[in-house]
Design a binder for this molecule. Structure first.
Ligand SMILES: Cc1cc2nc3c(=O)[nH]c(=O)nc-3n(C[C@H](O)[C@H](O)[C@H](O)COP(=O)(O)O)c2cc1C
Length: 189
């Protein structure tokens, strides 16, 4: 028996993305975004509320970074999603995290997050109440500790967080379940 739940954003898991930007004075801001996803091999789309400090920042700098929050930094990630740089002057500094300028774009790389996409703003989409930023991923910076022998990200060495938008909670990534483009054909092909 199925029940109708009405209109809901019913996708799980959602990512816990940390959008890093500079304001006009080079001050770091970071916000939490669950509504973001890869939309091309080298592009990422983030759906935003237009009044965020983050939006004012990337419109000026034409750049942002996107880090994946991990379980070790959930309180910081949640803080970045709870208060705004518009009214909390020391939003980033209060966490004690460290930022350095990306080598590739005019946006901060947060040292404590193990994986960061460095993006240049290529387009802002405004349509039907949706405001979104599309960034071109010009580089991915990753801690060596999360890479395998071939230099690729090894998810087994990470503890990236996932967001459950049904109950507004964070979950950890579990063990690997199966290989993609493989388990289906293995069973049904
Ligand atoms: C788990 C979580 C997910 C969020 N996802 C989004 C999102 O996808 N888009 C958005 O505009 N705001 C999202 N927010 C809210 C912003 O992160 C929040 O309003 C933040 O204060 C904006 O910061 P800023 O004004 O310094 O840019 C989320 C917050 C949390 C806690």
């Amino acid at each position: 028996m199925k029940k109708n739940l009405g209109s809901l954003p019913a996708v799980y898991p959602m990512p816990v993305l940390m959008i890093g930007t500079y304001d006009e004075n080079g001050k770091t801001d970071v916000m939490n975004a669950a509504w973001g996803q890869i939309c091309d091999y080298d592009k990422i789309f983030i759906s935003l509320s237009e009044d965020h400090k983050t939006c004012a920042n990337f419109l000026k700098t034409k750049a942002f970074t996107v880090a994946l929050a991990d379980a070790d930094h959930l309180a910081e990630a949640d803080w970045f999603g709870t208060v705004s740089g518009n009214d909390t002057e020391d939003k980033f500094e209060r966490t004690g995290m460290h930022a350095e300028k990306s080598e590739f774009v005019n946006a901060p790389v947060i040292a404590e997050f193990p994986l960061t996409m460095e993006c240049e703003l290529v387009r802002v989409l405004e349509t039907d109440g949706i405001y979104g930023a599309i960034g071109r991923i010009v580089n991915v910076k990753a801690e060596e500790s999360i890479l395998n022998a071939e230099g690729k990200v090894d998810i087994g060495k990470t503890n990236f967080a996932m967001f459950d938008q049904f109950s507004n909670a964070y979950y950890g990534t579990g063990e690997k379940l199966a290989n993609a483009w493989d388990i289906g054909v293995s069973r049904f092909g």
